[in-house]
Design a protein around this ligand. Structure first.
Ligand SMILES: Cc1ncc(COP(=O)(O)O)c(C=O)c1O
Length: 507
């Protein structure tokens, strides 16, 4: 279906429609939403389409005259939905992708209706109170003290950037503020494990720290930071006259879901007087699940934490969150006096402004969907859903370990699973091969699994992404969906066997 034909006689969608018209649009849109969600399991995860095909379906002319709402909704249904990847599908295992929820989608609609701008309390009194309340709930979930600070940002990358800016401000000499990083006599150095998400190194570069000052620390066989290597690198840098200022720990790496030993890493940060940041964008909300809670015990002792409610609180993008143990450290970083933003009220509660704690001025009402979700669904049900995600990943691991034709490439810590397809013939050959032969078979398996991934994504029944672990190509999946069941994990392996069958027949 294309939206190209426009007779010219229908009226365009009005800028200020009547209440009845809004009801008609809204009912039609909610019907589209309900049908979409109702049918999501029956769809292909990934559409069979090309960029050209999508472009050809869209009217690309600059729209001088408007078209009516029904036409817009028809394009949404027939073109946009039909050529989208369906992130809410129970076998969408790629990347770290949440499904969204109906209640949060409705919250987004209402938030845009109110169009609150959460710069400061006086700009959006009720909305700011909702954000402060929901941030307070998140602090409680992670065990942070009541006087810690925090706010919602666009996502985990922005949360990492904000936290690193606070870390740099807190640990740099005074001249940083006026003269910039380049004026410092010593290079400020940050320590991250090799498995850390690229947004952390990117943030360091954006802050002017320089790529060479991002020190990569090795990981152990479970992909967790080697604390001994961390201490060695800090000690070497001190001896060389550099200025170590921050360690970043992981509460769930993007590749394998590994959680660094946070208590030990925090102790290293305290010993050397460094800022401790934890990237918990993927894993943080697994603290709600009983079986994973222990991994996150020390997190509230960190100086800052990056979280992503648009990951494991199942919310639609965009909604990241940064917490600061000492809100004043964030204020020292972000507060910037300008006459038109000067707050005139005297009461501290009402003089409060989010621009003092993060990089943005205008901010949308992200907190409404967090509030509706937490209050409407409740922590018990959310914890149970996360527990089920964890159980699905462990189920997959059991199936792989019991199989003849797959093998795990990393242990499952949370809900990420890394594995590869190994035809039984190659599995047997590899078991008795010498080192040289094993390398050759591994290269063959890398190429085969890469082709399988492409075929699986094209096939459309299940979707995985990939990782490189210890130099090997890995199929990688992440369960982050309350709709996913054990049966879906079994279907995933069947799908892989099916595409492997045709691939091997051709190859
Ligand atoms: C561990 C980790 N950190 C940071 C990010 C970046 O988050 P966002 O995509 O919300 O910017 C991701 C994204 O997957 C992640 O897994």
């Amino acid at each position: 279906m294309t939206d190209k034909v426009h007779s010219g006689d229908e009226p365009g969608s009005s800028l200020d429609p009547s209440a009845d018209e809004i009801r008609r649009w809204g009912n039609a849109a909610i019907e589209a939403m309900a049908s979409y969600i109702d049918s999501i399991r029956d769809r292909r995860v990934y559409p069979s389409t090309t960029s050209r095909q999508i472009r050809e379906k869209l009217d690309r002319a600059l729209p001088d005259e408007g078209v009516d709402f029904d036409r817009l909704l028809k394009t949404f249904n027939d073109v946009i939905v039909a050529t989208s990847r369906h992130n809410g599908h129970p076998r969408m295992f790629g990347y770290v992708q949440a499904p969204g929820t109906a209640i949060a989608a409705i919250a987004d609609l209402l938030a845009s209706t109110l169009n609150a701008n959460l710069t400061a309390w006086r700009s959006a009194p009720a909305a700011v109170e909702i954000e402060r309340l929901t941030i307070d709930w998140i602090k409680q979930i992670l065990g942070f003290s009541a006087d810690a600070g925090g706010l919602f940002v666009s996502g985990g990358s922005m949360a990492n950037l904000a936290a690193l800016a606070a870390a740099r401000r807190a640990k740099a000499p005074e001249e940083l503020l006026n003269k910039g990083t380049q004026s410092l006599p010593q290079a400020m150095r940050i320590y991250i494990s090799e498995e850390t998400h690229h947004s952390v190194a990117k943030a360091a570069v954006l802050l002017g720290l320089g790529r060479d000052n991002v020190r990569m620390v090795g990981v152990d066989e479970r992909f967790k930071i080697r604390v001994g290597d961390l201490i060695t690198k800090i000690t070497e840098d001190l001896a060389a006259g550099h200025l170590p200022f921050c360690i970043v720990g992981n509460a769930g790496t993007v590749n394998t879901g590994a959680c660094d030993p946070l208590r030990e890493v925090i102790a290293v940060a305290r010993r050397f007087n460094l800022w401790m940041h934890v990237d918990a964008s993927y894993g943080g909300f697994a603290a709600l699940a009983h079986s994973a809670r222990d991994l996150f015990h020390a997190m509230h002792e960190a100086d800052s934490v990056a979280l992503d409610p648009h990951k494991w609180l199942y919310l639609p993008v965009d909604c990241g969150c940064v917490l600061y143990r000492d809100a004043e450290a964030a204020r020292a970083t972000f507060a910037h006096e300008a006459e038109y933003t000067r707050v005139l009220e005297q009461e501290p509660e009402e003089a409060f402004a989010f621009w003092d704690y993060g990089p943005e001025l205008s901010r949308r009402f992200r907190a409404l969907k967090v509030w509706m979700m937490l209050k409407g669904v409740g922590l018990r049900a959310l914890g149970a859903a996360i527990e089920k995600d964890l159980a699905c990943a462990r189920h997959l691991e059991r199936l792989v370990r019991a199989s003849e034709d797959f093998e795990m490439l990393a242990p499952v810590e949370l809900s990420i699973f890394c594995f590869r397809y190994v035809p039984p013939r190659l599995k047997r050959a590899r078991a008795s091969a010498d080192e040289v032969e094993r390398v050759r078979i591994d290269e063959q398996l890398d190429a085969l699994n890469e082709r399988l991934l492409i075929e699986l994504q094209r096939d459309g029944s299940s979707y995985l992404s990939n990782a490189r672990l210890g130099g090997r190509f890995s199929l990688r999946g992440c369960v982050m969906n309350y709709r996913t069941t054990f049966r879906d994990m079994e279907i995933l392996l069947d799908d892989l066997r099916r595409v492997a069958g045709s691939e091997l027949a051709i190859g």
